[in-house]
Write a protein that binds this ligand. Structure first.
Ligand code: ADP
Ligand code: ZN
Length: 755
């Protein structure tokens, strides 16, 4: 590894030497059961092995942990990991212990006996990773004792906590530079999921990094489907979302504690396993909820933002924001908790323009309490406004989020991400939007203009009641039952009308006074709409279909459920979170491979040696029983991931003849599936046969050239002709199907060239 101190701090990507790469691969396989590091992880590990300082920025789920977990396995010595949360530390140590990795934590929640044991291990040099919190580091003698402990690396997790520009500033992180003074020459790796350049620069400066490597990953999370829906009926909207993910967990975020409790009550009444969580609950209650959620005895947690930092459950399948969060950063962080295992997950934001007023009041109130720094308040209001623009915009959500974080975005599909409400065309424009808008605006004009010298403005609910023709003492006292727009939209539900009013505010076709009683007022655009010189587009109900953001190979769902039960059992016995036993990705792969012996078990992605020994027999027993009852084959280590288990692969069936004809016309897979009424999966099977037999010159209609090139070069680089290493290397960005078709094509066309 060259030690080149003249190179600029950015844009150098350290690479692993051949011998390091080999040792890294062995450790990965032995401890984690993974085939290879992702590209960014390789650079981060290489930087660390070259004793360089670095800032590693990857989205949640990007795989930051391996960046600091691997190096000490290769070089020996102890890495100190600074982490803000004790709860997470414990989970991490438990998870590492389960794979046989020597790790420990020093924190305030330990008993004396536990602490003494940790110190003994540390002094003996047996520990590769030592977790601690900044508070613990600077209290007592820990900092003074570090130099005698053979510390060879420092990792600062959640490093954005050091920056006031981040969303999670922790004053005690500011002192971390002292550790540098105490351990000069020990390289520091700072890790965060917060992407803004300002925060990055702040991290480097505060930690006094020297000639550091800056590694910034791709912020897009292709496995997440983003949806922004107008909030119309929150309970049913949440219920539908939870039902779309009945096989996994959902987190629902609310702004206030009261909201979390009432929504959780509603969901429980609908027979969901749901609980509220917020900072106002007793510590015991909070622990109970967290533990139940981690051990999968609870499916839905309805929470304030207090929930999440201490939760690392990797198989959260859905994150719902029942109301607008306070910034794009907060949104990214909270939605980041979905699908950390890389499998498809959904993020649904239920938006109402009223949320913006609510946040303004909260932020202004908080600012006053804290002595009112106008600059800080303005900054926070600006962050809120950025998010409002993003959610009310009608651009692809993946693109908007990436661009917000300063990255360009290339959708996987034809200018379509296929994984957001905009690209999936889920919200339909309301017919006659402009006429409806005119009715609403003219109702506001008439209600407020009874005395034009002293206009009175009213709130959205009141205007909606007039439009619906609902009389009340208030209404008659003001004479509003006499205005011509009274009852003009009588058949539209009140919530829908309030929602239309919100949309008009968002489109700036109507003004709203923020304050305790937000009132509506007409502005110059309202006048243009009323005069007919400006059109308005209102959006209506959403048609949401369960959509998978990325297609993985199918697996036996019944077996997966059975394996989840077993995982839950073991987690309860060991008193650890369920995902620590095995992640969903590993269980799904098990449901494909159906291993009943050790060798097959080890071929499952996410099964290392220790876990194969520890849990192999129990899982094998369950799998064996399940498969025997159903006459299913077992131990298909390569087969199942390479091709669908398809019992009949006989001659050319009529369906196959038809599909071959359509492939010859270069028709896309969905077209062919629709035309002959087959699932896309079966059509892919046919297409593979077609490629083998017909050897088309290119695969453009089915795998675009850029993806083809990416897969081909990855296959070359990894010298792999199996799907799994390539799939993992590309971090799940490219569906299995495309890798499979590309490899088949390469194989058959390569063969014909040689022949
Ligand atoms: P982060 O800390 O960045 O949120 P994690 O370190 O928790 O991400 O990793 C996210 C998920 O990706 C985990 O389920 C982990 O097991 C998986 N993962 C990470 N690196 C790899 C890899 N090289 N191959 C396969 N899976 C990986
Ligand atoms: Zn999109």
């Amino acid at each position: 590894m060259p030690e080149d101190s003249d190179v600029p701090a950015v844009n150098d990507n350290p690479e692993l030497s051949t011998s390091d790469a080999q040792r890294v691969r062995e450790a990965l396989q032995q401890y984690w059961g993974f085939e290879s590091l992702r590209p960014m992880q390789q650079n981060a590990v290489a930087a660390s092995l070259a004793n360089r300082d670095s800032v590693v920025v990857m989205p949640t789920g990007g795989g930051k942990s391996l960046c600091y977990q691997l190096p000490p396995l290769i070089t020996g010595g102890t890495t100190v990991v600074i982490s803000p949360l004790i709860a997470l530390m414990k989970d991490q140590v438990d998870a590492l212990t389960l794979i046989g990795y020597p790790a420990a934590a020093i924190n305030s929640s330990q008993s004396d006996a536990e602490a003494a044991q940790t110190w003994r291990q540390l002094r003996s040099g047996a520990i590769r990773l030592l977790f601690t919190s900044p508070e613990r580091l600077f209290s007592g003698s820990l900092l003074d004792r570090l130099p005698g402990l053979g510390i060879t690396r420092i990792a600062v997790d959640e490093a954005h906590c050091i920056s006031q520009w981040g969303h999670d500033f922790r004053p005690e992180y500011r002192r971390l530079a002292e550790i540098r003074a105490r351990l000069p020459g020990v390289p520091i790796q700072a890790l965060t999921a917060t992407a803004t350049p300002k925060v990055r620069a702040d991290i480097a400066e505060q930690l006094a990094l020297r000639d550091h490597v800056e590694l910034v990953g791709t912020f897009d999370r292709p496995n997440l489907t983003y949806r922004v829906h107008q909030r119309t009926d929150v309970v049913n909207q949440v219920l539908e979302a939870v039902r779309r993910h009945a096989d996994g967990a959902t987190i629902v975020y609310c702004i206030s504690r009261k909201d979390t409790e009432s929504l959780a009550d509603d969901l429980r009444r609908l027979r969901l396993r749901a609980s509220a969580y917020h900072a106002g609950l007793s510590p015991e209650t909070r622990h109970k909820v967290q533990d139940a959620f981690k051990q999968e005895r609870l499916d839905v947690v309805v929470a304030t933002v207090a929930f999440g930092m201490g939760i690392d459950r990797s198989n959260v399948r859905c994150v719902v924001h029942a109301a607008l969060p306070k910034s794009v950063e907060a949104y990214q962080q909270e939605t980041g908790r979905a699908g950390r295992d890389g499998l498809p997950a959904e993020c649904l934001l239920l938006y109402s323009a009223g949320d913006v007023s609510k946040w303004c009041r909260i932020l202004e109130g908080a600012s006053e309490e804290q002595g009112g720094d106008p600059e800080q308040l303005a900054h926070k209001l600006e962050l809120l406004e950025e998010l409002r623009r993003l959610v009310t915009g009608s651009r692809c959500r993946h693109r908007a989020l990436s661009e917000y974080f300063g990255q360009s975005y290339t959708p996987p599909g034809n200018n379509n991400c296929g994984a957001c409400d905009v690209c999936l065309h889920e919200s339909a424009p309301v017919p006659d939007s402009t006429v409806i808008a005119q009715k609403i605006l003219s109702c506001i004009a008439r209600a407020s203009g009874a005395d034009p010298s002293r206009p009175m403005w009213y709130g959205a609910r009141y205007i909606a009641s007039l439009l619906r023709g609902k009389s009340s003492a208030e209404v008659t006292r003001r004479g509003h039952h006499l205005i011509s727009t009274f009852g003009i939209l009588a058949s539209t539900p009140a919530d829908t009308l309030v929602n239309y009013i919100d949309q008009l505010v968002d489109a700036e076709a109507l003004g709203r006074e923020h304050g305790q009683y937000p009132t509506l007022y007409l502005n110059s655009r309202s006048m243009e709409v009323l005069k007919g010189s400006r059109a308005v587009e209102l959006r209506g109900a959403h048609a949401t279909e369960a959509s998978a953001a990325s297609e993985a190979e199918p697996f036996d769902a019944g077996l997966f459920e059975r394996l989840r039960e077993l995982r839950r059992e073991i987690a309860t016995e060991l008193n650890v979170p369920a995902y620590i036993v095995f992640g969903d990705a590993a269980l799904q792969d098990m449901a494909r491979v159906r291993p009943t012996n050790r060798e097959a078990f080890l071929s499952v992605s996410g099964v290392g040696e220790r876990k194969a020994d520890e849990f192999g027999q129990r899982f094998a027993g369950a799998i064996d029983l399940y498969c025997r009852e159903r006459g299913l084959s077992t131990n298909n280590p390569t087969n199942s991931r390479i091709r669908r288990a398809s019992p009949k692969r006989a001659g050319l069936s009529p369906a196959r003849q038809k599909s071959f004809a359509l492939f010859a016309e270069r028709r896309p897979i969905v077209d062919v599936a629709n035309a002959i009424g087959l699932t896309p999966g079966t059509v892919v099977d046919h297409l593979e046969k077609f490629i083998e037999e017909q050897k088309p010159a290119d695969l453009t209609p089915w795998v675009d050239p850029a993806t083809y090139a990416l897969i081909a070069s990855t296959a070359g680089k990894l010298q792999a002709d199996r799907l799994k290493p390539i799939f993992e290397h590309l971090a799940g960005l490219v569906p299995y199907e495309k890798i499979r078709l590309t490899l088949t094509h390469k194989r058959v066309t390569g063969a014909s060239q040689r022949a």
